[in-house]
Every structure is written in structure tokens, then in C-alpha cells.
Write a protein that binds this ligand. Structure first.
Ligand code: SAM
Length: 437
């Protein structure tokens, strides 16, 4: 397909997306099924444009003075990808599948200065979140918001139960040439995504993945698991285990010793954990798929670590799910805050004397992070904060030099706020509390 025809395809998908709010991946898949002539490279290019247009929907729509799919697609090609008006004209020339040529109003929009627009427009996030972004990042709010609009890399975690890092890295980099070791986690491999028009690394189709040597996991998520300070022989309750991403990382940190108890209020989510445990060769995980009182009662006050990967708005993962940010409502934030308080309140009962409660969200909003911890500590006098970096050090899983990078993310309660701009990871909040009474 020529580029102009790919822009036309992106406009068609975006148009459906804006009207029906279907998840982007489904919309692109459906388009691919109906247009079989498009190769995988074409589909990657089109997906990249659709996702970038959604990431920058507010700033591009403002500049174009038009939020239609067509305005967003052309605006993104020019303003985000940096393609000049002349190059766009050349793309369109003589292509029967090209969209209509640019109007004069559109040409002005491609080059309009929007530096005097409000922060939430320049930074492409919902207006009602501007105070939260200001609070979280102060004068860096715009930079942080821009990075949340970038394209995320693919990260892998080496499963040290099955293989050493060097062997896994050699095999991965023989298939995915741009692979590089992480600056943060010793067992992490990064596959950067530098070209917005290129294909994503097909990490799940390489032999190392099939053998269970590597798992796909954002490096921020891997760093969060290190905050457990997990060491061989420990008893850990993964209280919000979901599909088991953190469970697998915790299991590997224990090197198949001790015990991880995986539980989730929504047992259906736990189903996905079984094939993942098998592929990883994890033998130290007990999955508790029943009501809390029935299956966790015996664990009260016995756990070395209770890990709470709490339900949240997911604002830290907007790079990967740009459509989600425009759907987020204030009411949803309030609901998540209530759930977070419940999770902390209930989960703390399983921590033994001297044990740790680890609270993690993939959000950058202070309301879901330090505010929840401050509220919890006001009631739970038997818990005291421990610097998260100290806890991570004990796990032995940080890369050389990681502490210096993480120190810049330290805030109230010794907690860490990772973000695309600070750590080149998804946004994660990580707080460690110790039971002292
Ligand atoms: C961020 S997800 C967990 C992701 C998972 N740890 C992973 O790494 O794949 C949060 C989970 O918390 C669960 N959850 C929601 N409310 C809860 C509650 N009150 N108690 C326990 N779990 C809850 C949700 O069902 C959801 O699976």
C-alpha cells in the first residue's frame, strides 16, 4: 500500500473508533480482516497512526480546529510525525486510493502554533485531571504529559528459574536485533520502539518466549515486584493477583522456593494464570480461587510480604492504551480510591510482625497514591513506611546504577513514582510499609 492509502485506512478506522469507542486493537483487526490485501507492515503503519492520533487527539484537534478523523490523521502525520505539507501533497499525488487533497483550512492547522493553549490541551489529557498533574509533577507536568503520549517499548523479564540472563539475552538479541539490557532491573531486556511507523517487536513469537525463558512485562512492573524484597523461602500473598504478571515475577524472585499465594477478588481473572505458571515452570504458587474468608483465613498475620497491585485508573499506562485516557471519568477515579482503601485495609491483616505491605498502582495521580497511603497510615499505627529503594536493594534485582535513577523518583513515605519521563517506564507508584506492632 502507498502511504496515502494507509492514511485513508487510518481515517476509516479512526472514524469508527471515535463513533463507536471500540478498543483500537479490535478495530484494526476487523479492518485487516476486511482488507486482506494489506500486509503486516502496512497494518503496523496504520495502527501506529491510529494510536498516535488518539494519543494526541486533544492537541492535534485544537490545532486543526477540527476533531474529525481526517483532521486527526493528517494533523498527526504532520505535527507528530514531522512530515511536511509538501511531502503530504507528494504522497497524495496520483494515488487513486488517497483521501481528498488538503484544504486551505487544514494546511493552516498543520502549522498552527498552540503554545498558548491550556496545559491539558498541549499535554493531551482530560481537562479535569489538570490539578492532579500539576500536583504530581509541578513544573514538569507538561514534559511528563508529553512522554505519556509517546510510543512504549516492549520489555521482557528473564525468567531466572529457567535460564541465566546472558544466555537469554544472547538468544533474544539474535531474533530481536535492537534488544538492550535495562538500566533499572537486572533481569530486564528492552526492545525499543523508535519508529512510530514500524512494526512492534513480535516478542511472543520468538523461541525464548515459547520456552518460558522470558515473559513480556514493562520494566516499571518488574521494578515494582523488586520492592517486595523477596528472598528465597519467603511466604508472600499476592492479594490483587489478576492475570498473574506480578505473581510470576515474585515466584521467580523466590527461585521456586517458599510460597506465593495468589488471590484476586475476581476469580475469573485468575484463570489466565494457569498456562502462564506452566510455561514459566513456577512450582511455588498456590492459586486461591475462592472467597477471601474461605481460603485466606489461615494466612492471617503469617505473611512475610503482602503485595497489593491495587486496582487503579491506569493513567501510568496511557502510552499503551491511549483510547482509555479519553474514557476516564471522575466517578471512576472515586470508585478506584474506595477500592484502594478497601484493599489496604483488608490486606494488612495478613502481614506478620516485622513483615511488609507493598502498595503498587500503575497510576500517576496523587489521589490514588500518596493520599491513599497517608489515609491508611493515619488509621494503622502499627505500620511505618520503609524507603522503597532500600526494600528493592534487598531483593538483589536492581541493575548497576539503578539506585541513582530511582532516587530522583522518591517522594513522601520513601515511595517511588516512576514515569515515562523519569524512568522510561510506564507510570508506577510503589510504597513499602513495615508492620511494627
Ligand atoms: C492492577 S490489577 C492486578 C494486575 C496483576 N497483579 C498483574 O500483575 O497482572 C488489580 C486487581 O485488583 C483486583 N481487585 C479489585 N478490587 C479488589 C478488592 N477490593 N480486593 C482485591 N482485589 C481487588 C482486580 O480484580 C484486579 O484484578
Amino acid at each position: 500500500m502507498r502511504d496515502a492509502a494507509k492514511i485513508a485506512a487510518a481515517i476509516e478506522i479512526l472514524d469508527n473508533q471515535l463513533r463507536q469507542h471500540t478498543p483500537v486493537k479490535d478495530a484494526v483487526r476487523d479492518w485487516g480482516k476486511a482488507n486482506r490485501y494489506a500486509g503486516s507492515g502496512d497494518r503496523a503503519w496504520i495502527t501506529g497512526l491510529v494510536l498516535d492520533a488518539l494519543r494526541h487527539q486533544s492537541s492535534v484537534g485544537h490545532a486543526m480546529q477540527d476533531e474529525s478523523a481526517r483532521a486527526l490523521a493528517f494533523g498527526t502525520v504532520a505535527r507528530v510525525w514531522g512530515v511536511s505539507v509538501e511531502e503530504i501533497d507528494a504522497m497524495m499525488e496520483g494515488d487513486p486510493h488517497a483521501p481528498e487533497t488538503l484544504t486551505n483550512a487544514e494546511r493552516s492547522g498543520l502549522e498552527r502554533d498552540i503554545s498558548d493553549a491550556p496545559l491539558y490541551i498541549r499535554g493531551d489529557f482530560p481537562e479535569w485531571l489538570e490539578p492532579s498533574f500539576q500536583r504530581a509533577f509541578g513544573e514538569k507536568a507538561e514534559e511528563e504529559a508529553h512522554e505519556l503520549c509517546s510510543r512504549a517499548p516492549v520489555d521482557l523479564r528473564v525468567n531466572e528459574v529457567q535460564v541465566g540472563f546472558d544466555k537469554a539475552f544472547k538468544e533474544v538479541s539474535s531474533k530481536l536485533k535492537t534488544a538492550e539490557p535495562s538500566e533499572l532491573a537486572a533481569m530486564a531486556i528492552r526492545i525499543p520502539q523508535r519508529d512510530p511507523r514500524g512494526k512492534s517487536a513480535a516478542a511472543e513469537s520468538i523461541p525464548a518466549y515459547g520456552k518460558g525463558w522470558v515473559e513480556v512485562q514493562d520494566i516499571g512492573s518488574q521494578v515494582a515486584a523488586l520492592a517486595s524484597g523477596a528472598r528465597e523461602g519467603m511466604q508472600i500473598l499476592d492479594y490483587c493477583a489478576g492475570a498473574g504478571g506480578k505473581t510470576l515475577a515474585l515466584s521467580a524472585l523466590l527461585n521456586n522456593t517458599g510460597q506465593i499465594h495468589a488471590w484476586d477478588i475476581d476469580w475469573r481473572r485468575l484463570r489466565a494464570i494457569w498456562p502462564r505458571l506452566k510455561r514459566a515452570g513456577a512450582h511455588n504458587v498456590q492459586v486461591h480461587d475462592a472467597e477471601e474468608d474461605k481460603c485466606l483465613g489461615e494466612l492471617k498475620s503469617k505473611m512475610d510480604v503482602v503485595f497489593c497491585d491495587a486496582p487503579c485508573t491506569g493513567t501510568g499506562t496511557w502510552r499503551r492504551r491511549p483510547d482509555a485516557k479519553w474514557r476516564l471519568r471522575e466517578r471512576a477515579l472515586e470508585t478506584r480510591m474506595g477500592e484502594q482503601d478497601t484493599v489496604l485495609e483488608r490486606a494488612q491483616a495478613y502481614v506478620k510482625q516485622g513483615g511488609r505491605l507493598v502498595y503498587v498502582t500503575c497510576s500517576v495521580l496523587p489521589e490514588e497514591n500518596e493520599d491513599r497511603i497517608t489515609a491508611f497510615l493515619a488509621k494503622a499505627e502499627n505500620f511505618k513506611p520503609v524507603p522503597a529503594i532500600k526494600a528493592m536493594r534487598a531483593s538483589g534485582g536492581l541493575a548497576k546504577g539503578a539506585e541513582e535513577i530511582l532516587a530522583k523518583c522518591e517522594g513522601l513515605h520513601g515511595a517511588l513514582q516512576l514515569s515515562p519521563a523519569r524512568t522510561d517506564t510506564d507510570g508506577f507508584y510503589i510504597c513499602v510499609l513495615e508492620r511494627v506492632g
